[in-house]
Design a protein around this ligand. Sequence first.
Ligand code: B1M
Length: 215
Amino acid sequence: MELVEKIKEGVIKGDLGVETKVADLVRAGLDEGVSVETILKNGLIAGMSVIGGQFKKNEVYVPEVLIAARAMKSGMAIVRPLLAENKIEPLGTIVMGTVKGDLHDIGKNLVAMMLEGAGFNVIDAGIDVSPEKFVQLAKENDADVIGVSALLTTTMPGMQTTIEAINNSELADKVKVIIGGAPVTQGYADEIGAGGFAPDAASAVDKTKELLGSA
Ligand code: B1M
């Protein structure tokens, strides 16, 4: 099997069932002169894309995605410092956080990992994120998208407050907002004026690409 194909397979299997770790394969690829872009796009991103599709169809579940994301991240850690010098731009920058008052982060982390695996630069704002913090981080990182997650019906209104804070800032016409989380629906997104909604992590990647016109 070709080295780049092995990287892709290593991500899909989460380093299980392949003789070499994804990080080692990435290093070997770079040593052999395979381009950073090929390793990233045809190896790491391609692998996460397969897992994302399988997750969407319920062919794999949260643990498999987390394991794949861990493998992808081990390769990304080697590739990331080389991106700038190879002039490889991320698809966009997204600030991703769980809304104020809400401490649930498993789903948010999954979405963040999938986005990173798809080639986005993800700034993880963490949990219990105030509207002001979302705005501040988006400004500091020149973000294209703000992603807001909520798992509690009681914290969902914080999504609306966040959108209001964005609309009242200089980010109003610049930044798109995507929301999600178990109690969140497309209807709620429409009601509060969010640019996008996604029911799961793989759909969040598709929706973010759609919002940025890179689908
Ligand atoms: Co909490 N909790 N919890 N909890 N908890 C729920 C959400 C609940 C439904 C359980 C229940 O009663 N059946 C309920 C909410 C009820 C409601 O509001 N209607 C609940 C409650 C009440 C509470 C507390 C209030 C309990 C208490 O203390 N009395 C408390 C609140 C704390 C707080 O936040 N202030 C609390 C605490 C906790 C723990 C800390 C113990 C723990 C969280 C640990 C952590 O996240 N680090 C926890 C957990 C684990 C859950 C359940 C069991 C699982 C949530 C989860 O991680 N799911 C949950 C019940 C359930 O959902 N079955 C529950 C797996 C995850 C992969 O799915 O987060 O939905 P999910 O993410 C999906 C999609 O929603 C989507 O993609 C993800 C992957 O496909 N998605 C996005 C998520 N964010 C997105 C963002 C996007 C797009 C898509 O764009 C930006």
